[in-house]
Design a protein around this ligand. Structure first.
Ligand SMILES: [Zn+2]
Length: 151
């Protein structure tokens, strides 16, 4: 079965993802980009990881925070808090193509620094593929900020 990300095997794609996660869990030099790895992978596999509107919002805003807000830790906390609450969110139609890079782009990293660089290159491509939802991401972030300040 062809994978949604473009790799020729869904199973192979999952195996690569799991081996990358294992590296990130066991080595702090790889762990720094863990959040971005998960967001990029989930955004490329919406039929598995973004079934609920909330999971879509979580990965879309997570990626947006990394790409457009310099990974601001304060914003991260706001988003986390916001997503923990009960939400009436809608999920727009999912994309069918997800950029020219897949997780296979990062498999040959020699060290943590190269790993981070490759994950970033991959994530930039995924974020570009989601251009149609950049405004939605920013408006969700504004909503999160408003609602968390109001509390
Ligand atoms: Zn895949």
């Amino acid at each position: 079965m062809i994978c949604s990300c473009g790799l020729t095997s869904r199973q192979n794609c999952q195996e690569i993802f799991e081996s990358i996660l294992a590296k990130e869990y066991s080595d702090f030099r790889y762990a720094k980009v863990h959040r971005l790895t998960v967001d990029a992978y989930c955004l490329q596999h919406p039929e598995i990881y973004m079934i609920s509107p909330k999971s879509f919002a979580a990965h879309l805003t997570g990626m947006c925070c990394a790409m457009a807000y310099g990974n601001d830790p304060h914003l991260r906390r706001i988003l986390q808090q916001w997503l923990n609450g009960k939400k009436q969110l809608e999920k727009p139609p999912m994309l069918t193509s997800f950029g020219s890079l897949t997780i296979s782009h990062v498999t040959n990293a020699k060290d943590g620094a190269e790993h981070a660089k490759l994950i970033n290159e991959w994530a930039v491509e995924v974020w570009k593929a989601y251009a149609v939802y950049h405004d939605l991401a920013k408006s969700l972030i504004e909503t999160a900020r408003r609602e968390c300040i109001a509390k």
